[in-house]
Design a protein around this ligand. Structure first.
Ligand SMILES: N[C@@H](CCC(=O)N[C@@H](CS)C(=O)NCC(=O)O)C(=O)O
Length: 231
C-alpha cells in the first residue's frame, strides 16, 4: 500500500464524515494510521489540528492537518491522482454535478440525520425528521438515475464522490431502521437507492468500515447523547 507512513486519520468509528474518508483511502490503496478519538475528551492533537470546528475527521499528511470531510476527500483525490480510481469525475461539468449532490446530501440528509437521532425531544420531532430524510432520499433517487446512467453507482461503474458521501451514513441508517421499525431507504419508494445500498455495503472498500452491528451503533448513540455530542 502507498501512503509512505505519513498519513494519519483522527476519527470516530460511527462518524459518517470519517467513514467516507476512510473508504476513499481504501479506494486509493493508501496506508494510514487510524486514531480513534473520544468526543467527550478530545485529544490535544485534534484540538490543535482542527481548532475552528474541533470535529473529526482530520487528515494529517506529513503532520499538516486537512479538515472537513468533503475537502479531505478532494485533497486525497488530487494528491494521489495516479493511485486507484478517481473519486471525482474528470469532466468539469460532471464534477460540478457530483459536488452539488454531495453538498445536498450533507445539507438535507445530514441535517435530517441529526434531527432523527440527536436533536429530537420526542417522537413527533423524530417523525418530522424522518419525513425530511425520506423527502431528500426521494430526490436522491432521481439524482442516482441522472448520475449513474444505468450503472451500479452514482460514480458510474465504480464508487465516486456522491457514493462515499451518502454511503458514510449507512451504518446509522441501519440503527434508524431499528428505531422506526421500517427501512429509511424504502425499497418501494426508492428502489434504485435500496439496490445501491446493498451494493455499496458489500464493496471491499466499505466492508469493515460501514458499521453493520446495529446493537453496537445504538449503544454508541447512548454514549454520544450522554456527552451532548452532535447537538
Ligand atoms: N462538516 C464536517 C462535520 C464533521 C462532524 O460533525 N463530526 C462530528 C462527528 S460525526 C464531530 O466531530 N463532532 C464534534 C463534537 O460533537 O464535539 C465534516 O464533513 O467533516
Amino acid at each position: 500500500m502507498a501512503g509512505g507512513g505519513d498519513l494519519k486519520v483522527l476519527g470516530v468509528w460511527t462518524s459518517p464524515f470519517v467513514i467516507r474518508v476512510r473508504i476513499v483511502l481504501n479506494l486509493k490503496g493508501l496506508a494510514y494510521e487510524y486514531v480513534e478519538e473520544d468526543l467527550g475528551n478530545k485529544s490535544a492533537l485534534l484540538l490543535g489540528s482542527n481548532p475552528v470546528n474541533k470535529s473529526v475527521p482530520v487528515l494529517l499528511h506529513g503532520g499538516r492537518p486537512v479538515n472537513e470531510s468533503q475537502v479531505i476527500i478532494q485533497y486525497i483525490d488530487e494528491v494521489w491522482a495516479g493511485a486507484g480510481p478517481a473519486v471525482l469525475p474528470s469532466d468539469p461539468y460532471e464534477r460540478a454535478v457530483a459536488r452539488f449532490w454531495a453538498a445536498y446530501v450533507d445539507d438535507k440528509v445530514g441535517s435530517a440525520w441529526q434531527g432523527m437521532l440527536f436533536r429530537c425531544n420526542n417522537e413527533e420531532e423524530r417523525a418530522e425528521a424522518v419525513a425530511r430524510a425520506a423527502e431528500a432520499l426521494q430526490t436522491l433517487e432521481g439524482a442516482f438515475e441522472e448520475c449513474s446512467k444505468g450503472k451500479p453507482f452514482f460514480g458510474g461503474d465504480g464508487i465516486g464522490f456522491v457514493d462515499v458521501v451518502l454511503g458514510g451514513y449507512l451504518g446509522w441508517f441501519g440503527a434508524i431502521d431499528r428505531i422506526i421499525g421500517r427501512k429509511l431507504i424504502d425499497p418501494a419508494r426508492t428502489p434504485l437507492l435500496a439496490a445501491w445500498e446493498e451494493r455499496f455495503r458489500t464493496t471491499e472498500v466499505a466492508k469493515g468500515i460501514v458499521p453493520d452491528d446495529v446493537d453496537k451503533v445504538l449503544a454508541f448513540l447512548q454514549t454520544l447523547l450522554a456527552i451532548g455530542s452532535m447537538k
